[in-house]
Write a protein that binds this ligand. Structure first.
Ligand code: ZN
Length: 135
């Protein structure tokens, strides 16, 4: 599936404004984008660290995936996202290799990327996202 790098780490937070404050004022990073992804019921904030991004995720609804995650586990690392050449091809390859998929086909994510998730039951407990730039 040709993973090139860790595209981002997704971190679930209760309050996006407070989380941005920590990343900017304590860690000295700069938030370069805030975006709502309606499909996933989240508001996201992005920071760049080298070639990798930090994606902060605040739920816009208690019944969204991040809302449910925080209710169950609290704030913290939610997923790891690997950059691949083509998300649909990579999902297909993962399925052929016995991985249970959350997304059978790619869907739109933040920053115009095509994304798809692998099920944590098949990935040693780590919710794993594959993402690629649209071709
Ligand atoms: Zn993500």
């Amino acid at each position: 599936m040709n993973i090139s790098h860790i595209e981002h780490l997704g971190i679930a937070v209760e309050n996006l404004d407070e989380a941005i404050k920590y990343y900017e004022q304590v860690l000295g990073m700069k938030c370069y984008s805030i975006e709502e992804v309606v499909d996933q019921k989240v508001k996201t904030a992005f920071f760049l660290v080298g070639n990798t991004k930090i994606e902060l995720l605040e739920s816009t609804s208690p019944d969204g995936p991040i809302g449910k995650f925080i209710a169950k586990k609290g704030q913290g690392i939610h997923h790891i996202a690997f950059a691949v050449d083509n998300t649909n091809d990579a999902l297909k390859t993962a399925e052929e290799r016995g991985v249970k998929l959350i997304d059978k086909t790619a869907r739109p994510g933040a920053e115009g990327l095509e994304i798809g998730f692998l099920h944590p039951k098949s990935t040693l407990g780590v919710l794993t996202e594959l993402c690629s730039k649209p071709e």
